[in-house]
Design a protein around this ligand. Structure first.
Ligand code: G3I
Length: 363
């Protein structure tokens, strides 16, 4: 299958980036992508195309540090679907072209979610169009990027035990419309549209050993994955988001290691897809906050990198200059949040050292 036609604007923008990218001085910090690759892992970050187009220094850092770019927002329904009959691929095409210019993989996020809905979608859903909406959306989107997107978050955040279903699935509009079979439907549509892409089931709240709801969610997740794998649903990976909290004692021990091994025993790969460490509630100056954040990265990655089935680690942003935590988890003291490996000035932080050590020490 030939490369999909990306918009001319996207290719021109990427060409400019590609030319500029090679001219930028390399960051003084060793490439996390290259260190991760030594243990067969892919390191990347979630970005927006505009961050790369408008901020050459940031683009150079991403080019140096990342072997994969995740579409933070441009491949969600609210970005792609201005109307029931219309698709807006320009921004996603530009990101795809930028990844290509950088020689980086592109990670697609996300084909089905209960959030980031365009305003028109609820009315279409209530009209009983769920099945055709899912099939058409996934065919158009995953099909357009077949051979371009290496892996997809096909279904995102579908487990919610508080919704009290015996299977633990979230009672989302997708589930209300089609029942639990919307999940196999989505994966089969994605496999059909993009046969070579790796297909992931993604969720948060699986990381901490001493948080009871997370431990219970792990059991629910394993039961669902075991059932779907047994039914031949084409799921290739579990994507663990990895949104960590620096104000919570890091508890990433035997429980997490056992859970990862149990997922691997189902024949699944494991991706950490949205790693960041929230320092909203950490008291102290930036140096102290960075130390607490780095310790959280280090402890989590020690457990995660010990599992050979873990194939990808992606941070949700690369620099504090662009972190959605600033929007969704701002600090009460008004100080800039510091959840990512590189600071607002694109300098490596102790979290970057923690990532480097974890990749260096990985089997
Ligand atoms: O681009 C528009 C801009 O044109 C407009 O002026 C502005 C104000 O309305 O909104 C901008 O879009 C926002 C977008 O982020 C880009 O900043 C959306 O409103 C906002 O909802 C969106 O938030 C994203 C959120 O998912 C919801 O899609 C965050 O950036 C993104 O980091 C966050 O990521 C999620 C993952 O997809 C799933 N896991 C949790 C994770 C963190 O919440």
């Amino acid at each position: 299958m030939g490369r999909p036609r990306l918009s001319r604007r996207a290719l021109l923008a990427a060409a400019a980036l590609g030319a500029g990218g090679s001219a930028f001085a390399a960051t003084p910090f060793p490439s996390l992508a290259r260190i991760a690759a030594r243990s067969g892992r892919v390191f990347g970050a979630a970005v927006e195309p505009e961050q790369l187009e408008r901020d050459p220094a940031f683009a150079a850092l991403v080019q140096d540090q990342c072997a994969s770019l995740t579409a933070e927002n441009v491949m969600k329904w609210d970005a792609l679907r201005p109307g029931p009959e219309t698709f807006a691929f320009d921004r996603a095409d530009r990101l795809a072209a930028q990844a290509r210019a950088m020689g980086a993989q592109l990670y697609g996020h996300c084909l089905l979610w209960h959030e980031a809905w365009p305003a028109w979608l609820p009315k279409e859903m209530s009209a009983g169009a769920a099945r055709s909406l899912i099939e058409q959306h996934i065919q158009r989107v995953a099909g357009r990027y077949a051979g371009v997107v290496t892996a997809w978050d096909v279904v995102n955040e579908a487990v919610e035990r508080n919704d009290r279903r015996p299977d633990g699935l979230r009672v989302s509009p997708w589930l209300k419309a089609l029942g639990p079979d919307y999940v196999p439907l989505a994966f089969e549509a994605a496999r059909s549209a993009a046969p070579r892409a790796r297909l992931a089931f993604a969720d948060y709240g699986l990381e901490y050993d001493d948080v009871s709801w997370m431990v219970e969610k792990r059991g629910t997740m394993l039961a669902l994955l075991k059932r779907w794998k047994g039914e031949g649903v084409p799921i290739d990976a579990l994507a663990i988001q990895g949104h960590l909290d620096a104000s919570r004692p890091p508890s990433f021990g035997a429980g997490l290691r056992r859970f990862l091994a149990q997922v691997a025993d189902l024949g699944l790969e494991i991706y950490v897809t949205e790693l960041d460490v929230d320092d909203q509630k950490v008291v102290g100056d930036p140096a102290r906050r960075d130390a607490v954040v780095a310790d959280c990265y280090a402890r989590f990655l020690d457990a995660v990198m010990a599992e050979p089935a873990v194939r990808r680690v992606t941070t949700w942003g690369l620099s504090d200059r662009y972190s959605s935590k600033a929007q969704f988890s701002p600090r009460p003291d008004g100080a800039k949040v510091r959840p990512l490996p590189f600071d607002d000035g694109l300098r490596p932080k102790r979290a970057a050292d923690a990532l480097q050590r974890a990749f260096d020490h990985a089997r």
